[in-house]
Design a protein around this ligand. Structure first.
Ligand code: 3EB
Length: 326
């Protein structure tokens, strides 16, 4: 009998994201675990460079988010920055006390200088994806709004001439803790930045949204053909639509996500079993309707976590980010 040996076409180093109900201690004993993210004030997690507790409260189900790379994963600390790496992928996280730095703008500048310097000097120099979580994102008026100050500091802390921005999310925590949390993913191989044809690129937003445009791309296709999906809301062109209507905003957000997935040129451009999503809700009471709409529109979904979080424009009530693979 002839046996065909099937070539393994999956890259050995594919990064896998998942939501898991397992104790963090058990996960950290597994040699392929790159990162463990927990959500909410009551989430107790061990002190480890691979672990971050994000101060956004889960609404309903509260699994851990687990990133798995290729074993063995190395990890360590570089001052106030923690990291882990499988050689192809780098997880990093930094938490910056705003009072120590002298405000949210300086804290963001500091965080971005630290992380861009660290990533550039690593064997995984391509910044693919960043998550930014800060308290009270909409406090302050006009250009003194904390989100706008964050954007000022973020741009100041990125190396001059940065041409390619990572995919990103920037969400407001509701925990009253004035500590900026930034974590992200970098890789040895470059990704491909994807923009959404329905949306003006964020770095080209007109002046009305603040003096410093947000520096992120709508999506990042990784070398192993996953799509890292930035925070996506009911923004069409550069305008926010459907003020005060969470259902209509969610519908517009799903249209934006569909457009982004088509633009990414993926084998299967539909949210489904290969998609892991987070939905951020300004008002956690919207969870029931948001969850119902999502399960009606996406009958089989890889995973969903609902988090109470403020969107960076006051009129926006819901935002979705996530990962998608074919
Ligand atoms: C938007 O489309 C919504 O400042 O990093 C989404 C994703 C948004 C990332 C960021 C902001 C950011 O403009 C807001």
């Amino acid at each position: 009998m002839t046996r065909l040996s099937m070539p393994n076409t999956e890259p050995a180093t594919t990064l896998r994201f998942g939501y898991e109900h397992v104790a963090a201690e058990a996960l950290l004993r597994q040699p392929d675990v790159l990162a463990v993210l927990g959500f909410g004030a009551s989430c107790a997690l061990p002190d480890d460079p691979r672990v971050l507790r994000v101060g956004l409260e889960p609404v309903g189900d509260a699994p851990l988010e687990v990133w798995r790379g290729a074993a063995p994963v190395r990890h360590g600390r570089d001052g106030d920055l923690r990291w882990s790496s499988d050689g192809e992928h780098l997880f990093f996280a930094i938490e910056v006390d705003e009072a120590v730095q002298g405000g949210i703008a300086v804290a963001a500048e500091y965080a971005y200088r630290r992380l861009t310097t660290f990533v550039a000097g690593s064997g995984t120099p391509h910044l693919l994806r960043l998550w930014n979580y800060l308290d009270a994102i909409n406090d302050g008026s006009g250009d003194a709004e904390r989100y706008r100050l964050f954007c000022d500091g973020r741009a100041a802390g990125m190396p001059a001439g940065t041409a390619r921005y990572p995919a990103a999310s920037a969400i407001g925590r509701q925990d009253g803790v004035r500590v900026l949390q930034v974590y992200g993913l970098a890789a040895r191989s470059a990704g491909t930045a994807i923009e959404n044809p329905r949306q003006v690129s964020a770095w080209r937003y007109p002046r009305q949204y603040g003096p410093t445009s947000p520096t992120f791309t709508r999506g990042m296709r990784t070398a192993d053909t996953q799509l890292l999906i930035s925070g996506t809301a009911a923004v069409v062109g550069h305008a926010s639509l459907h003020e005060d209507d969470v259902d209509a905003q969610l519908d517009e957000t799903l249209t934006n996500l569909g457009s982004l997935l088509r633009q990414a040129g993926l084998p299967d451009p539909h949210l489904g079993a290969g998609s892991l999503l987070k939905a951020y809700l300004r008002d956690p009471a919207a969870a029931t309707t948001v969850e119902a709409t999502l399960s009606a529109r996406i009958p089989v979904l890889g995973g969903l976590v609902l988090l109470a979080g403020d969107i960076c424009r006051r009129e926006l009530l819901v935002e979705i980010d996530g990962e998608h693979h074919a």
